[in-house]
Design a protein around this ligand. Structure first.
Ligand SMILES: Cc1cc2nc3c(=O)[nH]c(=O)nc-3n(C[C@H](O)[C@H](O)[C@H](O)COP(=O)(O)OP(=O)(O)OC[C@H]3O[C@@H](n4cnc5c(N)ncnc54)[C@H](O)[C@@H]3O)c2cc1C
Length: 409
């Protein structure tokens, strides 16, 4: 271990470990500090469903052996209807995926310090020179990266991240066996990732069933405590209570049992970033936050942000070292251009979708069936014509509520 590195990264999630892979591959000295112990990793941080798309696997060289199930379709479900779209996907074994990223970055030369809880930026003469961890331990570097997800100890203290509690989405899921994937009146969920819009089951959010092979699936839900949550939530029902409620009610889950120890939970913030970098510092992944607000696609986005930060670190450390805020602000540009383009438009679409009432979701499935084949994909990309084609007169009250929320901040 050195005591001075080119790049110091806090957090070994998809963002931090990917950034270490890229930086180490360019020949820089990089260290990752991870709060969890190596032999249990990932324990608390094994939090994701791991639904993603082949584009991510190809772009980042992810091997097939971290995939639990390749899927062919994405199913959108409303309380009384569904819509099926051909869309290849992959459900990852998230723990294996995280361990692969760590092992691969180590092979490329990255150091890891385990059991290392990063607590604060280390400054000298007002300049950022490293991080402190586990109380008074220190490690120094030229470029410091916060990739700790929502805990963001460095980004918060450096004024880069302003994650607000009211924007926090929480999620929970269990792995089940004995799932009836082809129940009457529902889409066939074999080889599919299903997302369900239904305020009865996930008020102000969505729930999901992702097939993981044979009769097993990841079953979960997430929501943000938005206006829909205030309107539809049942008093005193926790997020675990909502999952129990769904399991007790859905015919597909009647004979399903939870797999021991296969439980994941976590949170992410649904808000635009205030800033992304400052002198000698960049924040990546859900620290910023980078997760796509509409469907919670966090893995690919966070890894893209990691790659952008690695490119900028390389740029700053090449030739005469220059890690000034101005130099590192190239990362902000790349983030807005390549990682999360149209972030404000997507946040508006997210509010519009999750403010809509249940009846509107049934109508949406119907509209999607009769719309041109690419409408959902185009609307998802923020195409105004595609979005307009899915809007109705009956959306006026939702749009009015949205405008009110928007203008009242
Ligand atoms: C229930 C659930 C389901 C999800 N499903 C999907 C999905 O299907 N598809 C998808 O694309 N995304 C999904 N996501 C989102 C995705 O998991 C996240 O966007 C992604 O993991 C963020 O990566 P990250 O590296 O930024 O942060 P994290 O994954 O949060 O990793 C942060 C790392 O930093 C470590 N750490 C934290 N604090 C410290 C500290 N102080 N010092 C040192 N280390 C620290 C943690 O232990 C962890 O290893 C889901 C999230 C949840 C909660």
């Amino acid at each position: 271990m050195d005591d001075h590195y080119d790049v110091v990264i806090a957090g070994a999630g998809p963002a931090g470990a990917q950034c270490a892979r890229d930086v180490a591959a360019r020949g820089y000295d990089v260290v990752v500090l991870e709060t969890e112990a190596e032999d249990e990793f990932p324990a608390q941080s094994n939090k994701s469903t791991g639904g993603t798309f082949p584009s991510m696997m190809a772009a980042f060289g992810i091997p097939d052996d971290v995939v639990m199930q390749f899927t062919d379709e994405v199913v959108l479900e409303s309380p009384n209807d569904f819509y099926v779209q051909d869309q290849p996907g992959a459900v990852l074994e998230f723990a294996d995926f995280k361990r692969f990223l760590v092992a691969d970055s180590q092979e490329k030369g990255a150091d890891y310090i385990w059991d290392a809880r990063v607590t604060a930026p280390l400054t000298e003469g007002g300049e950022l020179v490293g991080v402190t961890y586990n109380g008074d331990e220190e490690v120094r570097g030229e470029v410091i990266v916060d990739a700790t997800g929502p805990s963001a100890p460095l980004a918060k203290k450096l004024g880069v991240s302003n994650l607000e509690r009211r924007n926090q989405a929480i999620g929970i899921e269990y792995e089940f066996e004995g799932v009836n994937l082809d129940a009457d009146g529902h889409a066939d969920l074999a080889d599919a990732m299903m997302l369900r819009l239904d305020h009865d089951l996930a008020p102000g959010g969505y729930s999901w069933i992702f097939h993981t092979g044979d009769d097993t699936a990841k079953v979960g839900l997430c929501y943000i405590q938005n206006e829909s949550y205030q309107r539809y939530a049942t008093a005193d029902r926790t997020i675990d209570g909502y999952l129990d409620y769904w399991v007790g009610k859905d015919p597909r889950l009647q004979d399903a049992t939870r797999l021991e120890g296969k439980q994941h939970r976590g949170s992410a913030h649904i808000q635009p970033p205030t800033s992304l970098s400052t002198d000698s510092f960049m924040a990546i992944g859900d620290t910023v936050p980078t997760i796509d607000p509409l469907w919670g696609e966090g893995i690919h986005k966070c890894m893209k942000s990691a790659r952008s930060a690695a490119i900028v670190a390389d740029h700053a450390l090449t030739g005469e070292v220059n890690t000034s805020a101005e130099k590192l602000s190239i990362y902000d540009k790349l983030w807005h251009q390549d990682v999360a383009p149209n972030v404000n438009k997507r946040l508006l679409m997210t509010k519009l979708l999750y403010l809509a009432p249940n009846g509107r979701y049934d109508q949406l499935m119907n509209d999607l069936r009769s719309a041109a084949k690419n409408t959902l994909a185009e609307a998802n990309e923020g195409n105004k014509r595609a979005i307009a084609s899915l809007l109705h007169l009956r959306d006026v009250p939702t749009l009015a509520r949205l405008a009110k929320l928007h203008y009242s901040g």
